[in-house]
Write a protein that binds this ligand. Structure first.
Ligand code: FAD
Length: 440
Protein backbone atom coordinates (compact mmCIF):
# COMPACT_ATOMS: atom_id res chain seq x y z
CA UNK A 1 0.00 0.00 0.00
CA UNK A 2 1.07 3.48 -0.80
CA UNK A 3 0.40 6.47 1.42
CA UNK A 4 -0.74 8.63 -1.42
CA UNK A 5 -1.18 11.63 0.83
CA UNK A 6 2.56 12.00 0.97
CA UNK A 7 2.63 12.51 -2.80
CA UNK A 8 -1.01 12.81 -3.70
CA UNK A 9 -0.89 13.78 -7.35
CA UNK A 10 2.45 12.17 -8.04
CA UNK A 11 0.68 9.84 -10.50
CA UNK A 12 0.42 12.62 -13.07
CA UNK A 13 1.74 16.19 -13.00
CA UNK A 14 -0.48 19.11 -13.86
CA UNK A 15 1.64 19.74 -16.95
CA UNK A 16 1.21 16.13 -18.10
CA UNK A 17 -2.53 16.37 -17.61
CA UNK A 18 -2.74 19.62 -19.58
CA UNK A 19 -0.70 18.10 -22.37
CA UNK A 20 -3.15 15.23 -22.57
CA UNK A 21 -5.98 17.62 -23.19
CA UNK A 22 -4.53 18.99 -26.42
CA UNK A 23 -5.57 22.32 -27.91
CA UNK A 24 -9.25 21.48 -28.38
CA UNK A 25 -9.79 20.10 -24.94
CA UNK A 26 -10.97 23.33 -23.42
CA UNK A 27 -14.26 22.76 -25.21
CA UNK A 28 -17.09 22.18 -22.74
CA UNK A 29 -20.40 20.44 -22.97
CA UNK A 30 -21.46 17.86 -25.48
CA UNK A 31 -20.91 19.90 -28.61
CA UNK A 32 -18.54 18.07 -30.84
CA UNK A 33 -18.52 14.86 -28.84
CA UNK A 34 -20.64 12.97 -31.30
CA UNK A 35 -18.73 13.94 -34.41
CA UNK A 36 -15.16 14.14 -33.18
CA UNK A 37 -12.97 11.08 -33.05
CA UNK A 38 -11.05 10.90 -29.80
CA UNK A 39 -7.62 12.42 -30.03
CA UNK A 40 -4.90 9.84 -29.71
CA UNK A 41 -3.58 11.90 -26.84
CA UNK A 42 -6.89 12.44 -25.06
CA UNK A 43 -6.93 11.52 -21.39
CA UNK A 44 -8.44 8.08 -20.90
CA UNK A 45 -10.81 7.71 -17.95
CA UNK A 46 -11.74 4.11 -17.25
CA UNK A 47 -14.72 3.22 -15.07
CA UNK A 48 -15.28 -0.15 -13.39
CA UNK A 49 -18.95 -0.97 -12.83
CA UNK A 50 -21.91 0.21 -14.90
CA UNK A 51 -24.32 0.54 -11.99
CA UNK A 52 -25.63 3.75 -10.47
CA UNK A 53 -22.21 5.18 -9.52
CA UNK A 54 -20.31 4.11 -12.64
CA UNK A 55 -22.97 5.00 -15.20
CA UNK A 56 -23.50 8.42 -13.57
CA UNK A 57 -19.75 9.06 -13.74
CA UNK A 58 -19.65 8.17 -17.46
CA UNK A 59 -22.57 10.39 -18.42
CA UNK A 60 -21.67 13.38 -16.28
CA UNK A 61 -18.00 13.30 -17.29
CA UNK A 62 -19.07 13.48 -20.91
CA UNK A 63 -21.38 16.41 -20.14
CA UNK A 64 -18.37 18.23 -18.69
CA UNK A 65 -15.80 17.25 -21.26
CA UNK A 66 -16.32 16.50 -24.94
CA UNK A 67 -12.79 15.32 -25.62
CA UNK A 68 -11.85 12.92 -22.89
CA UNK A 69 -11.95 9.22 -23.77
CA UNK A 70 -14.31 7.29 -21.48
CA UNK A 71 -14.42 3.51 -21.14
CA UNK A 72 -16.95 1.74 -18.93
CA UNK A 73 -16.37 -1.91 -17.99
CA UNK A 74 -19.48 -3.86 -16.92
CA UNK A 75 -20.11 -7.62 -17.22
CA UNK A 76 -23.88 -7.39 -17.71
CA UNK A 77 -25.59 -6.26 -20.93
CA UNK A 78 -28.10 -4.20 -18.93
CA UNK A 79 -28.47 -2.81 -15.42
CA UNK A 80 -31.41 -3.56 -13.11
CA UNK A 81 -32.11 -0.80 -10.60
CA UNK A 82 -32.44 -1.79 -6.96
CA UNK A 83 -34.50 1.33 -6.17
CA UNK A 84 -38.02 0.14 -6.92
CA UNK A 85 -37.12 -3.55 -6.70
CA UNK A 86 -39.09 -4.07 -3.46
CA UNK A 87 -42.18 -3.21 -5.50
CA UNK A 88 -41.49 -6.18 -7.77
CA UNK A 89 -42.26 -8.52 -4.84
CA UNK A 90 -46.00 -7.66 -4.62
CA UNK A 91 -46.10 -7.26 -8.41
CA UNK A 92 -46.61 -3.47 -8.49
CA UNK A 93 -43.79 -3.12 -11.01
CA UNK A 94 -41.87 -5.65 -13.08
CA UNK A 95 -38.13 -6.22 -13.27
CA UNK A 96 -38.33 -5.07 -16.90
CA UNK A 97 -39.57 -1.67 -15.65
CA UNK A 98 -36.32 -1.33 -13.70
CA UNK A 99 -33.95 -2.33 -16.50
CA UNK A 100 -31.70 0.13 -18.27
CA UNK A 101 -29.53 -0.51 -21.30
CA UNK A 102 -26.17 1.06 -22.12
CA UNK A 103 -27.26 2.16 -25.61
CA UNK A 104 -27.64 5.88 -24.84
CA UNK A 105 -24.32 5.99 -23.01
CA UNK A 106 -22.70 4.44 -26.08
CA UNK A 107 -24.42 6.37 -28.83
CA UNK A 108 -25.23 9.77 -27.38
CA UNK A 109 -22.49 10.14 -24.81
CA UNK A 110 -19.77 8.33 -26.76
CA UNK A 111 -18.81 6.06 -23.92
CA UNK A 112 -16.88 2.94 -24.93
CA UNK A 113 -18.82 0.27 -23.03
CA UNK A 114 -16.97 -3.04 -22.72
CA UNK A 115 -19.03 -6.03 -21.60
CA UNK A 116 -16.47 -7.77 -19.44
CA UNK A 117 -15.37 -8.09 -15.84
CA UNK A 118 -12.44 -6.07 -14.49
CA UNK A 119 -10.04 -8.33 -12.61
CA UNK A 120 -6.71 -6.70 -11.80
CA UNK A 121 -5.20 -3.21 -11.51
CA UNK A 122 -1.51 -2.87 -12.29
CA UNK A 123 -0.89 0.35 -10.36
CA UNK A 124 2.68 0.79 -11.64
CA UNK A 125 1.73 0.48 -15.30
CA UNK A 126 -1.66 2.15 -14.75
CA UNK A 127 -3.41 -0.67 -16.52
CA UNK A 128 -6.66 -2.50 -15.88
CA UNK A 129 -6.89 -6.17 -16.80
CA UNK A 130 -10.14 -7.73 -17.91
CA UNK A 131 -11.38 -11.30 -17.54
CA UNK A 132 -11.49 -12.01 -21.27
CA UNK A 133 -7.85 -10.98 -21.64
CA UNK A 134 -8.15 -7.28 -22.55
CA UNK A 135 -5.86 -4.66 -20.98
CA UNK A 136 -6.85 -0.99 -20.68
CA UNK A 137 -4.34 1.78 -19.95
CA UNK A 138 -5.87 4.58 -17.90
CA UNK A 139 -4.96 8.05 -16.74
CA UNK A 140 -7.67 7.98 -14.12
CA UNK A 141 -9.65 4.98 -12.89
CA UNK A 142 -13.08 5.28 -11.24
CA UNK A 143 -14.20 2.21 -9.32
CA UNK A 144 -17.89 1.61 -8.45
CA UNK A 145 -18.41 -2.18 -8.12
CA UNK A 146 -21.20 -2.02 -5.54
CA UNK A 147 -21.04 -4.10 -2.35
CA UNK A 148 -20.05 -7.69 -1.70
CA UNK A 149 -22.65 -9.71 0.21
CA UNK A 150 -21.13 -11.53 3.18
CA UNK A 151 -23.31 -14.66 3.10
CA UNK A 152 -20.73 -16.60 5.11
CA UNK A 153 -21.15 -14.29 8.11
CA UNK A 154 -24.31 -16.31 8.83
CA UNK A 155 -23.40 -19.91 9.67
CA UNK A 156 -24.85 -22.37 7.19
CA UNK A 157 -25.65 -19.68 4.61
CA UNK A 158 -23.88 -19.16 1.28
CA UNK A 159 -24.32 -17.66 -2.18
CA UNK A 160 -25.65 -20.89 -3.69
CA UNK A 161 -28.45 -21.05 -1.09
CA UNK A 162 -29.27 -17.38 -1.77
CA UNK A 163 -29.47 -18.22 -5.49
CA UNK A 164 -31.74 -21.15 -4.61
CA UNK A 165 -34.35 -21.53 -1.86
CA UNK A 166 -33.19 -18.73 0.47
CA UNK A 167 -33.12 -15.54 -1.64
CA UNK A 168 -31.55 -12.42 -0.19
CA UNK A 169 -32.89 -10.35 -3.08
CA UNK A 170 -30.58 -7.48 -2.21
CA UNK A 171 -29.41 -7.11 -5.81
CA UNK A 172 -32.42 -6.75 -8.06
CA UNK A 173 -32.78 -9.76 -10.35
CA UNK A 174 -33.55 -13.47 -10.20
CA UNK A 175 -33.59 -13.62 -6.40
CA UNK A 176 -36.24 -10.88 -6.30
CA UNK A 177 -38.49 -13.02 -8.49
CA UNK A 178 -37.83 -16.14 -6.38
CA UNK A 179 -38.86 -14.23 -3.27
CA UNK A 180 -42.07 -13.09 -4.98
CA UNK A 181 -42.92 -16.62 -6.11
CA UNK A 182 -42.25 -18.08 -2.67
CA UNK A 183 -44.56 -15.58 -0.97
CA UNK A 184 -47.31 -16.12 -3.53
CA UNK A 185 -47.19 -19.89 -3.06
CA UNK A 186 -46.75 -19.86 0.73
CA UNK A 187 -49.26 -21.95 2.68
CA UNK A 188 -52.10 -20.15 4.46
CA UNK A 189 -50.93 -18.72 7.77
CA UNK A 190 -47.24 -19.23 6.92
CA UNK A 191 -44.38 -17.06 8.19
CA UNK A 192 -42.03 -14.88 6.21
CA UNK A 193 -38.77 -14.19 8.06
CA UNK A 194 -36.82 -11.08 7.09
CA UNK A 195 -33.38 -10.71 8.69
CA UNK A 196 -31.82 -7.26 8.11
CA UNK A 197 -28.10 -6.81 8.85
CA UNK A 198 -26.24 -4.41 11.11
CA UNK A 199 -25.27 -1.01 9.68
CA UNK A 200 -23.70 -0.15 7.18
CA UNK A 201 -25.51 -1.68 4.24
CA UNK A 202 -27.08 -0.37 1.06
CA UNK A 203 -30.37 1.49 1.42
CA UNK A 204 -31.01 1.33 5.20
CA UNK A 205 -34.85 1.64 5.00
CA UNK A 206 -35.19 -1.03 2.25
CA UNK A 207 -35.76 -4.10 4.52
CA UNK A 208 -38.62 -2.29 6.32
CA UNK A 209 -40.07 -1.02 3.07
CA UNK A 210 -39.93 -4.65 1.89
CA UNK A 211 -41.72 -5.88 5.03
CA UNK A 212 -44.48 -3.28 4.48
CA UNK A 213 -44.99 -4.26 0.83
CA UNK A 214 -45.06 -7.97 1.66
CA UNK A 215 -47.61 -7.25 4.41
CA UNK A 216 -49.83 -5.43 1.90
CA UNK A 217 -49.55 -8.42 -0.41
CA UNK A 218 -50.38 -10.91 2.34
CA UNK A 219 -53.27 -8.86 3.72
CA UNK A 220 -54.95 -9.37 0.39
CA UNK A 221 -53.91 -12.94 -0.45
CA UNK A 222 -53.05 -14.65 2.82
CA UNK A 223 -54.36 -12.58 5.77
CA UNK A 224 -53.47 -15.06 8.52
CA UNK A 225 -49.78 -15.09 7.46
CA UNK A 226 -47.09 -13.38 9.57
CA UNK A 227 -43.91 -11.43 8.92
CA UNK A 228 -41.19 -11.83 11.51
CA UNK A 229 -38.37 -9.26 11.26
CA UNK A 230 -35.36 -10.61 13.12
CA UNK A 231 -33.01 -7.64 13.24
CA UNK A 232 -29.26 -7.50 13.85
CA UNK A 233 -29.68 -3.95 15.22
CA UNK A 234 -31.72 -2.21 17.90
CA UNK A 235 -33.15 0.61 15.84
CA UNK A 236 -33.76 1.38 12.22
CA UNK A 237 -34.06 4.50 10.13
CA UNK A 238 -37.51 6.05 9.69
CA UNK A 239 -38.88 3.58 12.27
CA UNK A 240 -41.40 6.14 13.62
CA UNK A 241 -42.94 6.37 10.17
CA UNK A 242 -42.95 2.64 9.52
CA UNK A 243 -44.34 1.73 12.92
CA UNK A 244 -47.04 4.40 12.60
CA UNK A 245 -48.07 2.82 9.28
CA UNK A 246 -47.82 -0.76 10.53
CA UNK A 247 -50.09 0.09 13.48
CA UNK A 248 -52.68 1.59 11.17
CA UNK A 249 -52.59 -1.08 8.47
CA UNK A 250 -51.44 -4.31 10.08
CA UNK A 251 -52.33 -4.06 13.79
CA UNK A 252 -48.69 -3.69 14.81
CA UNK A 253 -48.17 -4.06 18.57
CA UNK A 254 -51.35 -6.12 19.07
CA UNK A 255 -51.64 -9.90 19.41
CA UNK A 256 -52.97 -10.13 15.89
CA UNK A 257 -50.27 -8.03 14.30
CA UNK A 258 -49.19 -9.25 10.89
CA UNK A 259 -45.69 -7.81 11.51
CA UNK A 260 -43.44 -8.51 14.47
CA UNK A 261 -40.07 -6.75 14.77
CA UNK A 262 -37.48 -8.22 17.15
CA UNK A 263 -34.44 -5.99 17.81
CA UNK A 264 -30.96 -7.41 18.48
CA UNK A 265 -31.20 -6.75 22.23
CA UNK A 266 -34.28 -8.98 22.41
CA UNK A 267 -32.57 -11.80 20.55
CA UNK A 268 -33.26 -10.64 16.99
CA UNK A 269 -29.85 -11.21 15.47
CA UNK A 270 -29.77 -14.22 13.12
CA UNK A 271 -26.51 -16.14 13.48
CA UNK A 272 -27.29 -19.39 11.67
CA UNK A 273 -29.41 -20.80 8.87
CA UNK A 274 -30.76 -24.27 9.60
CA UNK A 275 -31.53 -25.49 6.08
CA UNK A 276 -32.96 -28.92 6.98
CA UNK A 277 -35.55 -27.43 9.37
CA UNK A 278 -36.18 -24.38 7.18
CA UNK A 279 -35.38 -22.21 10.21
CA UNK A 280 -32.95 -19.58 11.47
CA UNK A 281 -31.19 -19.55 14.81
CA UNK A 282 -30.85 -16.24 16.64
CA UNK A 283 -28.09 -15.11 19.00
CA UNK A 284 -30.16 -16.23 22.04
CA UNK A 285 -30.16 -19.80 20.68
CA UNK A 286 -33.84 -19.79 19.63
CA UNK A 287 -34.92 -21.47 16.44
CA UNK A 288 -37.51 -19.69 14.26
CA UNK A 289 -39.19 -21.60 11.47
CA UNK A 290 -40.22 -19.75 8.36
CA UNK A 291 -41.89 -20.89 5.14
CA UNK A 292 -40.00 -18.05 3.44
CA UNK A 293 -36.60 -16.98 4.75
CA UNK A 294 -35.10 -13.74 3.50
CA UNK A 295 -31.68 -13.14 5.08
CA UNK A 296 -30.02 -9.89 4.04
CA UNK A 297 -26.37 -10.58 4.84
CA UNK A 298 -23.85 -7.98 6.04
CA UNK A 299 -21.93 -6.19 3.30
CA UNK A 300 -18.41 -5.07 2.51
CA UNK A 301 -16.70 -3.31 -0.39
CA UNK A 302 -17.10 -5.08 -3.74
CA UNK A 303 -14.86 -8.06 -4.41
CA UNK A 304 -12.96 -6.19 -7.15
CA UNK A 305 -12.07 -3.42 -4.67
CA UNK A 306 -11.10 -5.96 -2.02
CA UNK A 307 -8.91 -7.98 -4.37
CA UNK A 308 -7.15 -4.86 -5.64
CA UNK A 309 -6.08 -3.44 -2.29
CA UNK A 310 -8.54 -0.54 -2.34
CA UNK A 311 -10.24 -1.50 0.93
CA UNK A 312 -9.03 -1.44 4.51
CA UNK A 313 -10.85 -4.06 6.55
CA UNK A 314 -14.35 -3.64 5.18
CA UNK A 315 -14.71 -0.50 3.07
CA UNK A 316 -12.56 1.68 0.79
CA UNK A 317 -11.07 4.79 2.42
CA UNK A 318 -11.17 7.93 0.25
CA UNK A 319 -10.23 11.58 0.44
CA UNK A 320 -13.63 13.24 0.64
CA UNK A 321 -12.40 16.23 -1.35
CA UNK A 322 -12.57 14.23 -4.58
CA UNK A 323 -13.19 10.57 -3.56
CA UNK A 324 -9.69 9.61 -4.64
CA UNK A 325 -8.45 6.41 -3.02
CA UNK A 326 -6.33 6.82 0.10
CA UNK A 327 -4.39 3.76 -1.01
CA UNK A 328 -3.48 4.28 -4.68
CA UNK A 329 -2.87 7.23 -6.97
CA UNK A 330 -5.17 8.20 -9.82
CA UNK A 331 -7.89 5.84 -8.61
CA UNK A 332 -11.27 7.01 -7.26
CA UNK A 333 -13.83 4.91 -5.42
CA UNK A 334 -17.54 5.76 -5.28
CA UNK A 335 -20.84 4.16 -4.32
CA UNK A 336 -21.56 1.44 -1.83
CA UNK A 337 -17.90 0.35 -1.58
CA UNK A 338 -16.79 3.62 0.02
CA UNK A 339 -16.03 3.99 3.72
CA UNK A 340 -18.29 7.02 3.72
CA UNK A 341 -20.21 7.13 7.04
CA UNK A 342 -22.14 9.23 7.97
CA UNK A 343 -23.14 9.15 4.30
CA UNK A 344 -25.61 6.29 3.82
CA UNK A 345 -25.11 3.79 1.03
CA UNK A 346 -27.76 4.88 -1.44
CA UNK A 347 -28.06 5.27 -5.16
CA UNK A 348 -28.74 8.96 -4.67
CA UNK A 349 -25.41 9.35 -2.90
CA UNK A 350 -23.51 7.10 -5.35
CA UNK A 351 -24.69 9.26 -8.24
CA UNK A 352 -23.78 12.49 -6.43
CA UNK A 353 -20.35 11.12 -5.52
CA UNK A 354 -19.86 10.34 -9.22
CA UNK A 355 -20.59 13.97 -10.10
CA UNK A 356 -18.02 15.17 -7.57
CA UNK A 357 -15.34 12.84 -8.91
CA UNK A 358 -15.83 13.78 -12.55
CA UNK A 359 -15.89 17.48 -11.70
CA UNK A 360 -12.63 17.02 -9.79
CA UNK A 361 -11.03 15.05 -12.64
CA UNK A 362 -12.18 17.63 -15.15
CA UNK A 363 -10.86 20.47 -12.98
CA UNK A 364 -7.54 18.70 -12.72
CA UNK A 365 -7.43 18.12 -16.47
CA UNK A 366 -7.90 21.83 -16.96
CA UNK A 367 -5.35 22.81 -14.33
CA UNK A 368 -7.99 24.26 -12.03
CA UNK A 369 -8.13 23.88 -8.29
CA UNK A 370 -10.63 21.25 -7.17
CA UNK A 371 -13.72 22.81 -5.57
CA UNK A 372 -15.08 21.94 -2.14
CA UNK A 373 -17.70 19.17 -2.37
CA UNK A 374 -21.22 19.42 -1.07
CA UNK A 375 -23.43 16.35 -1.21
CA UNK A 376 -27.13 15.79 -0.81
CA UNK A 377 -28.96 12.58 -0.04
CA UNK A 378 -32.67 12.87 -0.59
CA UNK A 379 -33.58 9.35 0.28
CA UNK A 380 -37.20 8.52 -0.46
CA UNK A 381 -38.94 5.45 0.85
CA UNK A 382 -42.44 4.04 0.92
CA UNK A 383 -44.53 1.97 3.26
CA UNK A 384 -47.33 1.37 0.78
CA UNK A 385 -49.19 2.82 -2.19
CA UNK A 386 -50.63 5.40 0.15
CA UNK A 387 -47.65 6.30 2.34
CA UNK A 388 -44.30 7.81 1.34
CA UNK A 389 -41.51 9.47 3.31
CA UNK A 390 -38.19 11.16 2.75
CA UNK A 391 -34.98 11.63 4.65
CA UNK A 392 -32.93 14.58 3.48
CA UNK A 393 -29.34 15.09 4.50
CA UNK A 394 -26.60 17.40 3.35
CA UNK A 395 -22.92 16.55 3.73
CA UNK A 396 -20.24 19.20 3.83
CA UNK A 397 -16.51 18.83 3.47
CA UNK A 398 -14.99 19.40 6.89
CA UNK A 399 -11.28 19.50 6.11
CA UNK A 400 -8.56 17.13 5.05
CA UNK A 401 -8.61 13.72 6.73
CA UNK A 402 -11.99 14.39 8.33
CA UNK A 403 -15.28 12.71 7.59
CA UNK A 404 -18.01 14.74 5.93
CA UNK A 405 -20.20 16.72 8.29
CA UNK A 406 -23.88 15.88 8.15
CA UNK A 407 -27.03 17.79 8.82
CA UNK A 408 -30.12 15.63 9.03
CA UNK A 409 -33.68 16.50 8.30
CA UNK A 410 -35.97 13.71 9.45
CA UNK A 411 -39.56 14.71 8.80
CA UNK A 412 -42.04 14.17 11.60
CA UNK A 413 -44.51 11.35 11.14
CA UNK A 414 -47.02 12.60 8.61
CA UNK A 415 -50.58 12.06 9.81
CA UNK A 416 -52.38 13.92 7.04
CA UNK A 417 -53.50 11.21 4.55
CA UNK A 418 -53.33 13.57 1.57
CA UNK A 419 -49.74 14.49 2.36
CA UNK A 420 -48.90 10.82 2.89
CA UNK A 421 -50.06 10.08 -0.66
CA UNK A 422 -48.24 13.11 -2.06
CA UNK A 423 -45.02 11.87 -0.47
CA UNK A 424 -45.58 8.40 -1.90
CA UNK A 425 -46.00 9.90 -5.34
CA UNK A 426 -42.85 11.99 -4.92
CA UNK A 427 -40.99 8.78 -4.06
CA UNK A 428 -42.37 6.91 -7.07
CA UNK A 429 -41.62 9.79 -9.45
CA UNK A 430 -38.11 10.10 -8.09
CA UNK A 431 -37.36 6.49 -9.03
CA UNK A 432 -38.50 7.05 -12.60
CA UNK A 433 -36.67 10.34 -13.12
CA UNK A 434 -33.55 8.99 -11.42
CA UNK A 435 -33.39 6.09 -13.87
CA UNK A 436 -33.77 8.46 -16.79
CA UNK A 437 -31.24 10.91 -15.39
CA UNK A 438 -28.49 8.30 -15.38
CA UNK A 439 -29.18 6.18 -18.44
CA UNK A 440 -30.92 8.58 -20.89
C1 FAD B 1 -33.99 -3.27 -2.25
C2 FAD B 1 -33.19 -2.03 -2.47
C3 FAD B 1 -33.83 -0.81 -2.61
C4 FAD B 1 -33.09 0.34 -2.80
N1 FAD B 1 -33.75 1.54 -2.91
C5 FAD B 1 -33.05 2.68 -3.05
C6 FAD B 1 -33.73 3.93 -3.15
O1 FAD B 1 -34.95 4.01 -3.10
N2 FAD B 1 -32.97 5.05 -3.27
C7 FAD B 1 -31.60 5.00 -3.33
O2 FAD B 1 -30.98 6.05 -3.46
N3 FAD B 1 -30.92 3.84 -3.23
C8 FAD B 1 -31.61 2.67 -3.10
N4 FAD B 1 -30.93 1.47 -3.02
C9 FAD B 1 -29.45 1.47 -2.94
C10 FAD B 1 -28.78 1.56 -4.33
O3 FAD B 1 -29.24 0.56 -5.19
C11 FAD B 1 -27.26 1.43 -4.16
O4 FAD B 1 -26.82 2.28 -3.12
C12 FAD B 1 -26.55 1.82 -5.46
O5 FAD B 1 -26.92 0.90 -6.47
C13 FAD B 1 -25.03 1.84 -5.30
O6 FAD B 1 -24.41 2.12 -6.52
P1 FAD B 1 -23.02 1.40 -6.90
O7 FAD B 1 -22.60 1.98 -8.19
O8 FAD B 1 -22.11 1.46 -5.73
O9 FAD B 1 -23.40 -0.13 -7.07
P2 FAD B 1 -24.36 -0.83 -8.13
O10 FAD B 1 -25.43 0.09 -8.57
O11 FAD B 1 -24.74 -2.14 -7.52
O12 FAD B 1 -23.42 -1.10 -9.38
C14 FAD B 1 -22.29 -1.90 -9.31
C15 FAD B 1 -21.99 -2.42 -10.71
O13 FAD B 1 -20.64 -2.87 -10.75
C16 FAD B 1 -20.58 -4.04 -11.54
N5 FAD B 1 -19.37 -4.77 -11.18
C17 FAD B 1 -19.10 -5.44 -10.04
N6 FAD B 1 -17.87 -5.99 -10.09
C18 FAD B 1 -17.35 -5.66 -11.30
C19 FAD B 1 -16.13 -5.94 -11.96
N7 FAD B 1 -15.18 -6.72 -11.37
N8 FAD B 1 -15.92 -5.45 -13.19
C20 FAD B 1 -16.88 -4.68 -13.80
N9 FAD B 1 -18.05 -4.38 -13.22
C21 FAD B 1 -18.29 -4.88 -12.00
C22 FAD B 1 -21.89 -4.77 -11.23
O14 FAD B 1 -22.24 -5.68 -12.24
C23 FAD B 1 -22.87 -3.60 -11.12
O15 FAD B 1 -23.50 -3.33 -12.36
C24 FAD B 1 -31.66 0.29 -2.85
C25 FAD B 1 -31.01 -0.95 -2.72
C26 FAD B 1 -31.77 -2.10 -2.53
C27 FAD B 1 -31.07 -3.41 -2.40
Amino acid sequence: MKNKHLDKKKGMSRRQMLKLLGASAVTYGLLGASSKAFSKNAAHIVIVGGGIGGASAAKYLRLLNADVKITLVEPNPYYIFCPGSNEVIPGWVTLEDLMASYTTLKTRYKVNVIQDKATFIDYDKKQLKLEKGGVLSYHKLIVSPGPMHGYHAIEGFNKELAEGDFPSAYNAGRQTMTLRRQILSMKKGGTVIIAPPENDYRCPPAPYERASFIAAMLKEKNPSAKILILDAKDKFVLSDNYIFYWKKQFGYGTENSMIEWVPAKKGGKVVKLDVSNHAVITSDGQSHKGEVINIIPPEAAGLFAMQNDLADKQWCPVDFLDFSSMRHDDVYVIGDSVDGAPMPKTGYIASNQARIVVQAINDELHGREIGTPFLINDCVAMAGHDYGMALSTTFRYDGKGKRLKDLYYIPKVETNPVKQIVRQQVAENWQRTFRKDIFE
